[in-house]
Design a protein. Sequence first.
Length: 232
Amino acid sequence: MDKVNRWKGIVPDEDLAAYRKGAFGNRIGLGAKPALLNIDTTWMFVDPAYAMCGREMPDLKHALVRITTTFRDLALPIYYSRRDDRSHPTRRGIWNLKLSNASEAAYTSDPRADDWPTDYAPRAHDVIIQKNKPSAFFQTPLESFLRYDGIDTLVVVGVSTSGCVRAAVTDAFSHNFRVIVVEEACGDRSPSAHRANLFDMDMKFADVESIDHVIAELTRRHARPPAMAAAS
């Protein structure tokens, strides 16, 4: 299906016509070596006990487990991003002005907040990027690590779609990485913002694809012979 037409019934027809007129929405596709970039799916953002998580998202968690398991089974690299230390006001920076809870203990000093649910948590050989602002690329070594590993494609999952996911996708595109956003494996406190940003990223900076499509393509391209998989 045409990627613009895919959004018919979700996005107004006149908006779709404007994107089509601008020739947006081509499929970029997977490159030679993909990596999974899991953005901020720590307890702070997936557990409604924290103010930063707007609601339960069981479908998101299920999708995160599926895509993580796929990358592990295919022996493909996985990167995670999370917040860095926010205990000092200077480290929080302008968040102090934008967030009214930036000095509360849950935001500044709860060790569980920046840990991951065990079902898709990092393992010893995964790479963890600690960041201070929305994009996992902003003043972090992420790009240099990806270049060292020979990565040309980022399969992006995480929260929130309209915030940190969008920021990382935009920067990844700006650094000339191919970007695939897994639709079911992204979440947002606002369903409307989630949909709007998925659409706009699909048109401009990334391929927004279903998890079934992404897993099928990864498996087709990177499945290992049974003997090799058994030995790993």
